[in-house]
Write a protein that binds this ligand. Structure first.
Ligand SMILES: Nc1nc2c(ncn2[C@@H]2O[C@H](COP(=O)(O)OP(=O)(O)OP(=O)(O)O)[C@@H](O)[C@H]2O)c(=O)[nH]1
Ligand SMILES: [Mg+2]
Length: 572
């Protein structure tokens, strides 16, 4: 007897106490994991974790001074008999008709008060609750104060409701005593579907071979050894395997000892939940790869995306138009004043695209699209930037895909799918954003450069000089025609001043126009580069906001989930 109790004590490892703070920290980490992956991973992969958080929160809020123990097993193994024998009262009916117990019965040792809410949560009907506190027992039962013992229906029942009740309760109780009998202790369903599933709950599992009185003294050790072998094969090494008989106090003593131990330690609830956390983490382990470094979207891929979006948004066309518009406006501003009227008849290339070159435009509501929105983009706006070609559309599709592929390449499934979904999540709004980016970019064309004004002033000066010269000459002819005394022109060398003024003015104007031409070409190219750079920046902003940022959010969620799971698993 002393030997059995010693084994039980070892099995429960009293030295390795469950740390409630550590348990709460692990549960917080699982919760953090759930918060991080919310919306990124399919809900069905997270059910167990959500259930754990919900159950653990409730169990920890309820009495930790009580230990809820379930007697589980096949029909006829003697659960109710053991229950009655431990309670020393006929509380749960024992019968010959199988299965006998259809609903869970509970017996509470000590006052019922603290256990009531626990039993409400576990779901035992009030009429099936019993209290084991009798003055007659004296100190006998004191060691079990705090025990809430449940007699469960049979797990292998022909009644579906029995099986579901057992499965529900096995997820809630603190400790499970598996009751087997000499005939059915090797039952495959018991071992494969139940005991093996509890391998992470070794600390809160006890196996009893009941009806041991039916075995001869020779047979008992052999059957016990065989059961031990099977239990070890279920990865439950170290779990106590006890022989019991429900026929008398002596037969239940080993189990009573184990229960007293569990009640005294008040560790079962914490250990149960720790085992649950282990199980949940094991199930989630494939969702993150602890060895991999955090990934980011690499710069070359982003650059290719921006280039593709810029092409689709018509940046090259607008840049080209900017260069032409610069030339157009510069010639109009610095050319020979008398020929400017002709130039003004030609349309301004930027205005043709409905782009004046200056920032404009209030916000417009987004239009529906999708990736195909890019493809069907163009009419979106106030601009008449040319529609993207089929090649440009597919380049955008490929570039967005490349961003997702590169970012998700090293992540375990199903994160790559989450990254792809994020990359495409705002594509519907992207066409409008691109059009807005181009339309509102300050192309730097709203102000006249100072040198235009200088050249313009010189042009007017020489033109006025020529006109004055012409006028003067005309006046001379008129005077001569009217027979009045001839005007005396001042001479510049051999030529009269009005002729010099007229010809010099005309020549200087033409020369200035010629000289300014290459400067205009050079400055127009600069204006094009400047506009291109600014539009590129605006498109890059849209690319970041609409494609890269959603992808980065998933990567951040992944990193957070991985770190949280590391803490929950004890890797930190
Ligand atoms: N000899 C002997 N008979 C036992 C022992 N335990 C139970 N029995 C008998 O086995 C039969 C089944 O016992 P129950 O306690 O009803 O078994 P159960 O596991 O509760 O069965 P269900 O309620 O149907 O799941 C009854 O006839 C009991 O008298 C025992 O330790 N020794
Ligand atoms: Mg029963």
């Amino acid at each position: 007897m002393t030997d059995i109790l010693g084994r039980v004590r070892d099995a429960f490892r009293p030295d390795q106490r469950a740390d409630p703070d550590r348990l709460v920290e692990r549960l917080h980490a699982v919760n953090r994991f759930l918060g991080a992956v919310d919306g990124h991973l399919p809900d069905e992969r997270l059910v167990a974790a959500h259930t754990l958080i919900e159950r653990a929160g409730t169990r920890l809020a309820l009495s930790l001074n009580h230990t809820v123990v379930a007697l589980a097993g096949a029909t006829g193994s003697g659960k109710s008999s053991l229950f009655n024998s431990l309670a020393r009262f006929e509380m749960s009916p024992v019968g010959v008709r199988r299965p006998t117990t259809g609903v869970t019965h509970a017996c509470v040792w000590g006052p019922l008060d603290g256990a009531t809410r626990l039993l409400d949560w576990v779901g035992v009907l009030p009429r099936h609750r019993f209290v084991r506190e009798s003055a007659l027992d004296g100190a006998d039962e004191a060691a079990l104060h705090g025990l809430v013992l449940l007699d469960l229906p049979d797990f292998d029942s022909v009644e579906w409701s029995h099986r579901s009740e057992v499965d529900r309760l096995l997820g809630l109780v603190d400790l499970v005593v598996w009751v087997v009998d000499p005939q059915k202790y090797a039952d495959k369903v018991l071992h494969r579907s139940y005991l093996r599933e509890f391998h992470r709950h070794r600390d809160v599992t006890v196996v009893v071979l009941n009806q041991a009185d039916r075995l001869s003294p020779d047979e008992l050790p052999r059957v016990l050894a065989d059961l031990r072998r099977l239990v070890d094969a279920d990865q439950l090494t170290g779990v106590p395997v006890l022989a019991t008989s429900a026929l008398g106090d002596a037969g239940t003593a080993p189990l009573r000892g184990a229960l007293e131990q569990a009640v005294a330690q008040r560790q079962a609830a914490l250990r149960r939940l720790s085992g649950d956390v282990d199980t949940v983490i094991e199930g989630l382990a494939g969702l993150v790869d602890p060895g991999r470094a955090d990934d980011d979207v690499d710069r070359p891929t982003i650059r290719r995306l921006i280039d593709a979006l810029a092409a689709a948004a018509g940046v090259p066309a607008v840049a080209e138009a900017t260069e032409q518009a610069y030339r157009h406006r510069a010639v109009a501003a610095t050319g020979w004043p008398l020929a400017r009227g002709l130039r003004r008849l030609r349309p301004d290339p930027l205005r043709r695209l409905h782009l004046a070159g200056a920032p404009a435009e209030p916000e417009r509501p987004a239009e529906p699209g999708g990736l195909l929105g890019i493809i069907e983009r163009p009419s979106v706006g106030a601009t008449s930037v040319p529609e993207p070609s089929a090649a440009q559309r597919s380049a955008v599709g490929l570039a967005v895909r490349a961003v997702a592929d590169r970012a998700g390449a090293t992540l375990p499934s199903p994160w790559p799918a989450a990254v792809t979904a994020a990359a495409r999540s705002r594509l519907a709004d992207l066409p409008d954003a691109l059009d807005r980016a181009v339309a509102t970019t300050d192309l730097g064309m709203d102000r006249q450069p100072v040198w235009w004004r200088l050249v313009n002033a010189v042009q007017w000066l020489v033109t006025v000089t020529a006109v004055v010269g012409l006028g003067w000459l005309l006046l001379g002819y008129a005077v001569r025609a009217l027979g009045l005394p001839e005007l005396d022109y001042p001479m510049v060398g051999v030529a009269p001043l009005p002729t010099v003024a007229l010809l010099g003015g005309l020549l200087c104007g033409a020369l200035l126009s010629l000289l300014v031409k290459p400067v205009i070409r050079w400055a127009a190219r600069r204006a094009r580069w400047r506009a291109e750079g600014r539009m590129h920046d605006a498109v890059a902003e849209a690319a970041r906001g609409y494609v890269v940022t959603p992808v980065r959010e998933v990567l951040r969620a992944y990193a957070e989930a991985r770190s949280a799971l590391g803490v929950a698993a004890g890797r930190r």
